[in-house]
Ligand binder design. Structure first.
Ligand code: TNX
Length: 551
């Protein structure tokens, strides 16, 4: 379809440059007294967190009143023997708990004998269900997390983490008790895909910041990190044989302020860090537009053979279009995508493809056809922004596309969905974490507003299945929360925009549709305040959320 027909949603001025049921237990987890149901849990280390107070909301919970598990210095973490996935999950859990508790928490294998006291992670392929599903069972002696697939163990761990006291987020050892409410949780995701997108191209974020963001999103059962690695303002990944991409293209950023790139070894570390938290990284290499950084690096990628200057503007570069008719472009893209594929254990590579308004439909189809063949030849599946689907022929549509143009019932996306493409919902008016919360300044100076202001309740109040009329609900593969960084310098600003709205998108992606209710959600969200504070996440105390003491 003609991309020019989609102009109405374009960003204005884009080219202008511009409560708990508390249970008190004695040290050995023997229940002594039940406290008043509205007792504040903050600072009260003898209160347990209700099983339903988790974000995202679990599919089902059953509380055993009067029962609690108490983690003690003699406990260990047991994992299914012979399973590297279960052992890795146990290692992750031990890493989370050793610091705040100060306990040794050795990791051991589950034996056939009666299970000793502690936490058990059981991976059992006989357990059917979606990748993230898990069962959590809390008795006086043990916490057992059981899952059929690796991802489920990680999701169960994040639930357990939220059921422990707030001080589990402490960066140093603090005193217990470490109580968990007794009962069972049986949980599964509403959607297989729950993503966060991080733009490291506009403003570079070093490895430590990306890893920090990964550890923050993991808490809320986000299972994909989509990394926007290239754009007009910066190229952030080293590609062998094309050193100028990082030497030149990596030397700029919006406003000329930030610069930097990842070596391939550093990038592998990021992918591994994410995998060790149950998250799959999807790298994005933009094209055919948003390519100014690459075009400045290599003159031969430009149709006129002249490299444009580096672009440090805030909006889309007027000189950022790859030369679609040149064989060099595809030789380049083949090498880039080949190297990226080799660094990517996950199934998807994003080819970007947004804002192709300067490309004719015929050129777009040429580019998309060649790009599809390249991605396929490197054994990966295509992910791309919704603007990209129009150029592909029906039999070669991307495996997944990301819908962002709120209010546009894009016929190309609907056709692609009917041909088997999964649609990931990231409507800019709801899920774009870079939109400001309110118009109030200077209270909140960073962020965009071209898609409007997005309060905490706005980010929560929508349904992925009904965003696009005419789109079969079965084609909705999940949700994603993009964080574009034209206005964001550093993690403080990134976190203030991302949190708490990322929790809301995560809840929409995971919690059963029947649990979707702002009033109950906002108290679950509020209970995360002290946790985020304790974890030193610079979140925004969004009005309208009953943040408790300690938030
Ligand atoms: C639109 S949404 C863009 C990005 C910008 C973002 C800013 C989309 C696929 N493209 O290039 O960074 O708006 O909010």
């Amino acid at each position: 379809m003609n991309p020019r027909a989609r102009q109405p949603w374009r960003r204005p001025g884009w080219r202008l440059g511009l409560t708990a049921v508390a249970v008190v237990v004695a040290g050995s987890a023997t229940v002594a007294t039940a406290m008043a149901s509205n007792a504040p849990s903050f600072g009260d280390s003898s209160a347990t967190v209700p099983l339903s107070q988790v974000v995202p909301a679990p599919a089902s919970t059953h509380t055993n009143p009067g029962v609690a598990f108490n983690l003690t210095p003699d406990d260990a973490i047991y994992a299914t023997g012979g399973s590297s996935d279960a052992q890795a999950a146990a290692g992750y859990l031990a890493g989370l708990l050793r610091k705040p508790t100060g306990y040794a928490l050795p990791v051991d294998s589950i034996t056939s004998q009666a299970q000793p006291k502690g936490i058990a992670l059981e991976l059992n392929s006989a357990d059917k269900g979606a990748a993230g599903s898990y069962q959590l069972n809390v008795t006086r002696r043990s916490v057992t997390i059981r899952a059929g697939q690796r991802e489920g163990l990680f999701e169960g761990i994040e639930t357990l983490r939220q059921l422990l006291p707030v001080k589990v987020e402490s960066p140093q050892a603090v005193n217990g008790p470490w109580l968990v409410q007794g009962g069972q949780i049986s949980d599964q995701p509403r959607y297989d895909y729950r993503g966060a997108m991080l733009d490291v191209a506009r403003n570079f974020l070093p490895v430590s910041d990306v890893e920090r963001y990964i550890s923050e999103i993991a808490r809320y059962k986000i299972n994909y990190l989509h990394l926007h690695l290239t754009d007009d303002q910066g190229w952030r990944i080293a590609i062998n044989n094309w050193p100028n991409l990082t030497k030149v293209g990596g030397s700029s950023g919006v406003g000329g302020v930030s610069s930097g790139f990842y070596t391939q070894a550093q990038y592998k570390d990021i992918v591994q860090y994410a995998w060790a938290r149950g998250i799959t990284v999807i790298p994005e290499i933009e094209g055919p537009e948003h390519m100014n950084a690459a075009l400045s690096s290599y003159a031969q990628l430009n149709c006129n053979g002249v490299a444009p200057p580096l672009y440090t503007g805030f909006t889309e570069s007027p000189t950022g279009l790859l030369c679609i008719s040149s064989a060099t472009t595809y030789k380049f893209m083949d090498q880039v995508i080949g190297q990226i594929a080799a660094l990517t254990p996950g199934p998807y590579i994003s080819i970007g493809g947004d804002e192709t308004q300067d490309v004719s439909p015929a050129d777009l189809a040429t580019y998309d056809k060649k790009i599809a063949a390249i991605v396929e030849s490197h054994g990966k599946k295509i992910y791309g922004w919704q603007d990209a689907v129009g150029g592909f022929d029906a039999s070669k549509t991307p495996a997944m596309t990301e819908y962002w143009q709120s209010g546009v019932n894009d016929p190309a996306v609907i056709a692609a969905a009917k041909a088997g493409t999964k649609v990931i919902m990231a409507p800019s008016t709801k899920a774009y974490l870079d939109m400001k919360y309110t118009a109030d300044e200077p209270e909140y100076p960073v962020g965009n507003s071209w898609a409007g202001y997005t309060t905490a309740s706005d980010a929560y109040n929508w349904n992925p299945n009904t965003m696009v009329s005419g789109l079969p609900a079965s084609s909705v593969g999940g949700v994603e929360a993009p964080l574009w960084t034209e206005t964001i310098f550093g993690m403080d600003q990134a976190e203030q925009l991302a949190f708490p709205r990322l929790l809301e998108i995560a809840d929409i992606g995971w919690a059963p549709a029947s649990a979707h209710d702002w009033n109950s959600f906002k108290s679950r969200l509020a209970a995360q305040g002290p946790r985020l504070r304790e974890a030193r996440v610079n979140y925004y105390l969004a009005p309208g959320v009953p943040w408790p003491m300690g938030s």
